[in-house]
Structure formats: structure tokens, C-alpha cells
Design a protein around this ligand. Structure first.
Ligand code: TYD
Ligand code: MG
Length: 456
């Protein structure tokens, strides 16, 4: 006999404790524990120890296993397919997370419209909006097609019934937080409901070979009922980000069982929905004013995609005992480390100054290849001397001030040359590029000296 026992589970890390406590004993998060149930009793233990009674799928040599079932099928939205490494895999479950209002419903409605346009039947289930509301949005983004079926439904068993009536080739659930299973006595939106509904949909997807996309709302601090817990349940986790006041939206995979997780998808929110940005080109440089101290251009790469991004620094005298260090679009720890390298190895002093660094356009610099550009921007801001126009930088800066090679340097520089940049500073160990004047430097001191950015 299986029994259910009440426990408390952390919504951040998923750990279970028998009693409620104010702080998670595993990850240290405050007020993150919510009530949950867990199965106890001999049945689970016996199933693990004993032999299975029903038919089991045997072991087979890898060469005889059919891999075509795992092939990705393009959705028709190119920037999404880029992030997914081709498209959606049959029977896979994808969670699309993002803050409310960022554009998740819009993106998925466009995906549905494209798929329907390719002759595939699609079922879009909204638990938040009526069918009329979804239809009027679909008209706005050009997704109206007879193969796109709409339902406004929140009950899991009824959604499973709908799947077997409509026979879709793609299912979208908007959002997982609105679903509930009447067989569970927890309230809709609770962790138990969200997780069990996701589990039910995963089973339904696998049994039918149906690709499913779930929307999951995430608050600014990354929380809310379950996305963390859901990450273990689904095959792919996509995160949709952007500044609400900017049109730019970025799509990344943080978990992906069927491909790479480092690709970046770019969209712009327009009057007609989300428009893919296949050529990022001057996107992160467009408002740059040449000749201003504190501005440097980093040649970075996200997945297979080279991106040129303006890095800005401002250094202002400070009265504070602990001067301010503000980083927007880059890791504050990385900024602190680069400041320490400039102080200790290059003799530049930021001790009595507030330092602000930001990556233009709301982009996030997650890659060490941008270190050199950050250092050049900081030194340029401190000395009040602008960097030459047409200069790009790429390279990781080590604690000893050495410049380290980063992946795909030729590709970064080729993109810079295409956009009209003429000079580059790269690590001494990098090679294999033409089309620009390239300075290869062993340490960060070389370009600082060459550009006249060292005091005294
Ligand atoms: P939405 O997809 O509803 O966000 P989410 O599902 O993540 O909560 O997007 C909402 C915002 O997008 C809304 O503020 C209006 C804007 N928007 C446009 O600018 N253009 C459009 O064509 C559409 C459909 C929405
Ligand atoms: Mg929505």
C-alpha cells in the first residue's frame, strides 16, 4: 500500500524536509519552503528491489537503436530553431520561462501559426485568456490558420481528453501555473499541482510522441511556484529575457537534452509581434558616440553567433568610504576582479572613485572574452582619453594581467571587419585572421601602454 505523507519542499532547490523551517537547510534560501506530499510505504521500495511483472523493453546494441525518433523538427521560427539546435523533438517537453509581459504567449502563438501554416495541427491551450482574446492576438501577429486549434482550459484530465480528440502534432500550454488536477486536493498554483500537472503532461507527451511546450512565469528573483522543480521534469528549459522598456528580447536554453545550450536567439517586440533578428550586426552599437572616453567595443560570441557589443564605463570621484561599483549586463564579481588586476598590475587607482560599467542594449556579457574590452573601457574612463574609432578587443584577462585566448577569435574578427572595424587587440596566442590590423598582446599592459592609458 502506498501512503502519502506531508513534507515541506524548497521551491528554489527542491530539497524536502519533514517540518517547516524559515530557511532551507540545503540552499539557505529564506521562506522558500512550501507544503508538499510524498509517497511512502513498501510499494516504491519493493518495485525498486523486486523484478518487474509487466513487459519490459529489453537492452539492445546501440547500433540497433532507432535514433530518428529523436530528430528535431523545425518550428518555422528561425531564432527559436537556432536555440533548440534545429527544432522540437517528438515527445519532448519544453518549458519556456520568463517574467510576465515579456512576450512568451506572443512567441508561442507565432510558433503555432507557423506550424499550422506548414500543415501540422496545433493545439494551443490557454488557462489565462479566453479563446477570443487569443484569436485577436493571433490576428495581430498573423497566426490565424484553420489547423491552429484553441482551447481555454485549466483541468489536466480535460486537456488530456482534448489531446485525444484533436490529435495535435504540437501542444502549447499557457501557462503551467494555471493548470490543476482535481484528483489532488492542493490548491491550484501550488507546488504539488504544478509539478504533478507537468508530470502528467510529460507522460502524455512521451506516450503519444507529441512535442509539448509549457509556459512558466518567473518573477524577477527567479522564483514562483515551481520552475526550479519543473526543470528536473522537462527535457528543455528556455528562458526568455529582456528589459521591458527595450524592444530587444533574448532567448537562451539553460537545459537541453537534445542539443547545445549556448545558442542565443534574438527578437524585437514590434507592433506585429516578435520579429527575429537574424543579423545582430550593429544592434548593440547603434547609439554609440565615437570619441567619448570610457567606451570600448567587445568582439564576443554567443554559441555560433558573433556579436559586437559596446561596453561603457564611467569613473566618478566618490566621497563614500566604500565607493560604489555598479555592473549592468556583466557579473559584479568579474568587474571587481578586473578592477583589482588594473590596480595591482597596471597601477591604475580606482580607490576613491565610483565605477559604473554597462553593456549597451540590455545585452548580458556572460563570456570571459569581453574582459579586455571592459579593462580598456575602465582605463579610458579613468584617464579621460577616448579609444580610437574602429578598434575592437577580445581576450580573457587573467589574474597576472595575462591575455588568454578565447574560442573562435577569427570568427569574431571577421564579424568586426564586416561591420567596418579596422583595428583589433587580441591575445598573443590567437592566430588565423586577415582583413584588419591586429595587435597581438601578451598582457593587458601592452594595449594600455600603446593607447596611452597608463597614468604617469
Ligand atoms: P505577452 O506575450 O502577453 O507576454 P507574456 O505571455 O510573457 O506574459 O506579451 C505582452 C507584451 O507584448 C504586451 O505588453 C504587449 C506587447 N506586444 C507588442 O508589443 N506587440 C504585439 O504584437 C503583441 C502581441 C504584444
Ligand atoms: Mg502570457
Amino acid at each position: 500500500m502506498t501512503r502519502l505523507r506531508t513534507i515541506h519542499r524548497c521551491t528554489d532547490c527542491g530539497v524536502a524536509t519533514p517540518r517547516w523551517v524559515g530557511r532551507c537547510p540545503a540552499c539557505g534560501a529564506w521562506n522558500s519552503l512550501v507544503e508538499d506530499v510524498e509517497e511512502v510505504g513498501p510499494s516504491t521500495a519493493l518495485a525498486r528491489r523486486g523484478t518487474a511483472s509487466g513487459p519490459v523493453e529489453g537492452a539492445a546494441p546501440i547500433t540497433e537503436v532507432d535514433a530518428t525518433g529523436g530528430m528535431a523538427r523545425p518550428t518555422g521560427v528561425d531564432e527559436l530553431d537556432r536555440v533548440l539546435g534545429g527544432g522540437l523533438v517528438a515527445g519532448s517537453v519544453t518549458l519556456l520561462g520568463g517574467e510576465p509581459g515579456i512576450g512568451k504567449s506572443t512567441l508561442l502563438l507565432e510558433v503555432c501559426g507557423r506550424a499550422a501554416g506548414l500543415g501540422r495541427r496545433v493545439l494551443y491551450v490557454s488557462g489565462e485568456e479566453s479563446r477570443q482574446q487569443v484569436r485577436s492576438r493571433a490576428e495581430r501577429v498573423g497566426a490565424v490558420h484553420p489547423e491552429l486549434w484553441l482551447a481555454s482550459e485549466v483541468s489536466l484530465p480535460r486537456i488530456i481528453t482534448l489531446i485525444d480528440q484533436v490529435h495535435p502534432e504540437l501542444l502549447v500550454i499557457d501557462s503551467i501555473q494555471t493548470l490543476h488536477d482535481p484528483e489532488l486536493d492542493s490548491a491550484p498554483g501550488s507546488l504539488v499541482q504544478v509539478r504533478e500537472c507537468a508530470n502528467g503532461l510529460v507522460r502524455a507527451a512521451k506516450q503519444r510522441g507529441l512535442p509539448v511546450v509549457l509556459v512558466g512565469h518567473v518573477t524577477k528573483d527567479g522564483g514562483l511556484a515551481g520552475p526550479r522543480v519543473l526543470e528536473h521534469v522537462v527535457d528543455t528549459v528556455l528562458s526568455f529575457e529582456g528589459e521591458r522598456h527595450h524592444a530587444l528580447r533574448m532567448l537562451r536554453a539553460t537545459k537541453h537534452r537534445f542539443g547545445p545550450t549556448n545558442e542565443l536567439g534574438l527578437f524585437e517586440m514590434a507592433e506585429v509581434g516578435l520579429v527575429g533578428v537574424p543579423d545582430a550586426g550593429l544592434l548593440f552599437l547603434s547609439d554609440r558616440r565615437p570619441g567619448v572616453p570610457g567606451s570600448a567595443v567587445a568582439a564576443t560570441v554567443e554559441g555560433q553567433r558573433p556579436l559586437l557589443v559596446e561596453v561603457q564605463a564611467l569613473v566618478a570621484p566618490s566621497e563614500l568610504a566604500n565607493p560604489r561599483r555598479a555592473a549592468q549586463g556583466l557579473d559584479p564579481g568579474r568587474l571587481a576582479m578586473l578592477l583589482a588586476v588594473l590596480e595591482r598590475r597596471a597601477g591604475l587607482s580606482f580607490a576613491k572613485a565610483d565605477v559604473y560599467v554597462s553593456a549597451a542594449g540590455g545585452v548580458r556579457l556572460s563570456e570571459p572574452g569581453t574582459d579586455l574590452a571592459v579593462c580598456l573601457a575602465l582605463a579610458s574612463a579613468l584617464t579621460d582619453r577616448p579609444l580610437p574609432e574602429g578598434l575592437v578587443a577580445c581576450g580573457e584577462v587573467g589574474l597576472g594581467s595575462e591575455l588568454r585566448q578565447v574560442a573562435q577569435t577569427p570568427r569574431r574578427l571577421a564579424e568586426a571587419a564586416r561591420l567596418g572595424f579596422t583595428h583589433a587587440v587580441v591575445p598573443a596566442s590567437a592566430s588565423g585572421f586577415t582583413g584588419m590590423e591586429v595587435v597581438r598582446a601578451a598582457t593587458v599592459l601592452v594595449p594600455l601602454l600603446g593607447l596611452g592609458l597608463l597614468n604617469g
